[in-house]
Design a protein around this ligand. Sequence first.
Ligand SMILES: *Cc1c(COP(=O)(O)O)cnc(C)c1O
Length: 463
Amino acid sequence: MSSTCCRMFVNMTSFRHLPSVDRVLAHKRLKELGQSYPHDLLVGFIREELTAARRRIAAGGDCPSVDAVAEKVCQSVLALDKFSPRRVINASGVIIHTNLGRAPLSEEAIAAMKSAAAGYCDLEYDIESGERGSRNVHIESLICRLTGAGAALAVNNNASAVLLGLMALARRKEVIVSRGQAVEIGGGFRVPDVMRQSGAKLVEVGTTNCTYAADYEQAINPQTAAILRVHSSNFRVVGFTSTVTLGELVMVGRKHGIPVLDDLGSGCFLDTSRFGLEREPTVQESITAGAGLVFFSGDKLVGGPQAGIIAGEKALVDRLKKHPLARAVRIDKVRLAGLRATLVHYLKNEAVLKIPVWRMIATPVGEIEKRAESWAKAAGKSALVVDGETVVGGGSLPGGSLPTRLVLIHGGKRLADALRQRSVPIIGRVERDRLLLDPRTVLPEEDEMVLKALRADAATLAG
Ligand SMILES: *Cc1c(COP(=O)(O)O)cnc(C)c1O
């Protein structure tokens, strides 16, 4: 009881010692900032900081000095002029890392995006005729050429692509999904929830591990609008399993005049087995097998900016293009330009040379080893090079990993913290007290920065 009284007394005086807004404004540091930032903005930041300080005092903290408050306000104000999200170096060993922004882009894609962003562009304007055009013309023929589809459409992301597909084709109707595919992809994308949002009724067939063509066939009735296949992109069911191939689904669908929709998730144009990876189904294969619509992301294995791509039969794609939701989930000019430049790399057979995610996948382990050795040397005596695995990630290839060489630093937790606090943070992986750094997910252009950081931070921590 008495200690509570005492603390309350201390707190009351602490509150009284808290500087006023005017006193902080008069501080030397804020006077300097006053040259470049509006008065009202500074006052807003000061008020916020004083409110936070009051909350900390109420919780038993000390009263901050004017200098301390001014310093914090300065940091918040100066942070406005830094990029956010800001650049980081991904040494985590996950190539398509959703929390780190998925695919880094090719030089050509970046240049195209910069050009589209910098001025006006012919986004929906036909230069030839001087009349209104469609934003879809910039990518539709490319996607069709690449995949063999009759028509195509790009939208905001793959989640909105699937939602649009279901809404346009199956609202107030039934969609058949295997129980083993009514899954959660992560980040809030759950097949049953997306289905509910679209207004389509989910009809689950089969069991978690086994579904047969007859299960689908028996569920078909006059209310059935589509069969949906979902690529189990981030997990695997092993043991006694049975799934129906896309070709078989198409046969069932054709018999009853029902389209098969294929959510491929990552979407891939190249044969991943070329790189020692498991085979990821390609978009071309789905189109050839007869899928009515195929949905996939722009920023997973395609290696472009965030987008959702829909490819398939013209009659179906046309229904999606005309649906009001298409307007709500349309893609913007900047990402459209980047997506187009990325797709062109595939048409020119240069994806593996130009698209960063494919460059990473295709790098021979010998080359990674050389880089790992130079990194380990920079990090000093506690570092060694060990065998490891790079994960492709991003909901593609659930069992997909590539052999790599990792730099392992025993007792590296503090080094991991230091590397993360740099102006360009370097993100590694901490397992127990070991820091692991994977050169495969770092662009070779970034190596110089990593070497400098390792030398500096390892030396500081050593002594
Ligand atoms: C990743 C994924 C999605 C969601 O794609 P976004 O581009 O993140 O919206 C949907 N379905 C599957 C199978 C996925 O792997």
